[in-house]
Structure formats: C-alpha cells, structure tokens
Design a protein around this ligand. Structure first.
Ligand code: FMN
Length: 330
C-alpha cells in the first residue's frame, strides 16, 4: 500500500528511522532500508572517537555513506546539519550530491536561510525531510515555502534533544497537519502499532522513530543499553533541564548527577557542559559506561519488551500496511 510518504521516498513502508548521534551506523541504516523503511545515517555513525575538524566529519560521513551503498540498494538518507557549524553546509551538500544520496534530513535551525540549500538539493533531485527541533505551524509553513518534501512534527515524547515546548507528540501533530498541504510524519514516543495507528488517525502520513529501533540486534548501542530499555518504562526516566530545553535518560549514576545539578539550581549551560562533546551520550550509549554516561530514550520505552531484529520491529509497527485494507489519514 502506497501513500505520499512511500511515493516520495520510494520505500515500502511509511516509516523513517531518525538520525541518532553515535548509534546510527551504516549496517544499522542499511538494515532499516532493507526492511522497507528509510534509514538515516546519524552524526558520528560508524565511529567511536570525536572528529577533530569539519573536514574530518565530512570525510567520515562520505566513508559511511559508501559503506551503506555496499549494504543496500534501497533509498537511505544523510543529515545536512552534522554539527552546529553551518558555515560548511555547502561542502556537506556537495558531498551528498557527489555520493548520490537520495534523501537529505534537514534539521531546521533558527536564523538560517535555507532557501538556497533547498534550491540546490531540489536541482539535484535530492528529496528533503525537514525537521525543526520544535514543530510549530510557522515552521511547517516555512518548510512548505522552502519546497521541502516532508515535514516531521516532533513532540515532547521523543528521545534525544527534546523540543523546547512541552507539548506531547499526539497533541502537536494535528495542528501541523491542518496548517500545511505537505505530508507530515510524527516523531516522538512511537514504539508499538497502537501508536502508529493513533498517529495516522490524527492525520500523520508516516512515523519517524528512534528509540524503538535502538533495542534491535543491528543497532550499535551497547548491550546493557538495550537491556535497560527493555527493563525500564517511561515512569522511571530521569528528566532534567539543559540547553536548549530538557533531556531525559534512563536512570544511570551519571544522569543522577545531572538531575542533582538541576535540583541545586545550576544553569542550563552548566548542565549542558557535562553532556555534550566527548561526554555523556557516546560514553553511555555506545560504550555502555553508565557511570560516566547517560542513555537518552523516548517515552515509548514502556512498550519495548524484547530485543528484536530491525525487520521484526518494522513489520510489527507497519502490520496494517501489509494488509489489503487501507489506512487513511483522518
Ligand atoms: C540516542 C538518540 C540520539 C539522537 N540524536 C539525534 C541527532 O543527532 N540528530 C537528530 O536530528 N535527531 C536525533 N535524535 C532524535 C531522533 O532522530 C528521533 O527524532 C527521535 O528518536 C524520535 O523519538 P523516539 O525516540 O521517541 O522514537 C536522537 C534520538 C535518540 C534517542
């Protein structure tokens, strides 16, 4: 069964795996694309050390993209914003064009004119998924003016850097769907087929997921991370202030320290200084060192009961799309 998302992206199911720093490498991305979804390479995918320059970031991405192409002949995507250094965005685009990447994920950042970026991508036949940190009617209309192919409405239930407004995924999506003509995907907290059905009932035409695919054999996260995802539910999660807004983690000794800093009234910047760069996410999620790192996940973890293959997760979430009956956006 096709819909606008599957047609635009040329994939079997309307499901996209979000970029996730350190834990979305070539093998995992290819597994998602081979299972009928769209895999997106994430920042630092395939690497275990910090890059020392933008040149190195771009070359690493190029290598990982080449690896993906040896592992799948299906569409996949790569992110345009690979660091907050937007001065090199043209070099990233040139690399994506040279490597014939079919789809680009654009993380919309404030105060940046994306118009030339979209013209260039469109001119080279690259499809675009626009995902601002905080989905608003204004950002969706801007994406439409840019000519983006797909908009991702992300709600506060997501894993990773959450939106600045505390509006849950199922509260935000219809507002966006009503405001634009372009297809909208829902991100944040989707981990079972009921959530997928709810997203479609609210007008989304696809789902954009992260956490549910970390608990898979193919994901490069440490085994302890996958076991902790299965063991915990959303009620257990630590949540604390940081930049730009909040962050959540499965409780680890390290995330306990971040919560304590928050409770003691430390500034968002002071907390963020303990989280980003070499610290925090990579140490927790890739190395599995819970004493020195955190494990960021979305509220959907309550519904993750076992570690499965990527294919099993995608077929479970997309089970309605295997039937002849159709799911129609409300
Ligand atoms: C561990 C982790 C790291 C993430 N890193 C990034 C990132 O580097 N860039 C990005 O655009 N989104 C990132 N995200 C967000 C995901 O792309 C996606 O939007 C999110 O996981 C969807 O919510 P869910 O986890 O509840 O399914 C990350 C999410 C997680 C869980």
């Amino acid at each position: 069964m096709q819909n606008r998302i599957t047609e635009i992206l040329n994939i079997q199911y309307p499901i996209v795996q979000g970029a996730m720093s350190w834990v979305t490498n070539a093998e995992f991305v290819a597994a998602v694309s081979n299972a009928g979804g769209l895999g997106i390479l994430g920042p630092h995918g395939g690497y275990t050390t910090n890059p020392s320059s933008m040149d190195e970031i771009i070359e690493r991405m190029r290598n990982e993209i080449r690896k993906i192409k040896t592992l799948t002949d299906k569409p996949f995507a790569a992110p345009l914003v690979v660091s907050y250094d937007l001065s090199r965005i043209d070099d990233v685009i040139d690399m994506l064009i040279a490597e014939e990447v079919p789809v680009a994920l654009v993380n919309g950042l404030d105060n940046f004119n994306y118009m030339p970026v979209f013209s260039k991508l469109r001119g080279h036949g690259i499809k675009t998924i626009y995902r601002p940190l905080t989905a608003t009617v204004g950002s969706a209309k801007y994406a439409q003016r840019l000519g983006a192919d797909i908009f991702v409405a992300t709600g506060f239930d997501e894993g990773g850097t959450v939106p600045e407004k505390i509006i849950g995924s199922f509260s935000i999506v219809s507002e966006i769907v009503d405001a634009v003509d372009m297809p909208v995907m829902l991100a944040g907290g989707i981990a079972d087929v009921r959530a997928v059905r709810a997203a479609f009932a609210l007008g989304a035409e696809g789902v954009f997921v992260g956490t549910v695919l970390i608990a898979t054999h193919e994901n490069p996260a440490a085994k302890i991370v996958k076991d902790l995802i299965v063991k915990h539910n959303a009620h257990d999660l630590h949540i604390f202030r940081t930049t730009p807004a909040y962050y959540r983690s499965i409780p680890t000794p390290y995330s306990q320290q971040l919560v304590a800093m928050d409770e003691q009234g430390e500034s968002r910047e002071a907390i963020a200084s303990k989280m980003y760069g070499e610290q925090g996410l990579k140490v927790g999620m890739l190395d599995g060192d819970i004493h020195n790192g955190y494990i960021t996940v979305g509220n959907g973890i309550s519904y993750i009961k076992e570690i499965r293959s990527v294919k099993a997760v995608i077929e479970d979430l997309m089970q309605d799309f295997n039937r002849s009956s159709t799911i129609v956006a409300a």
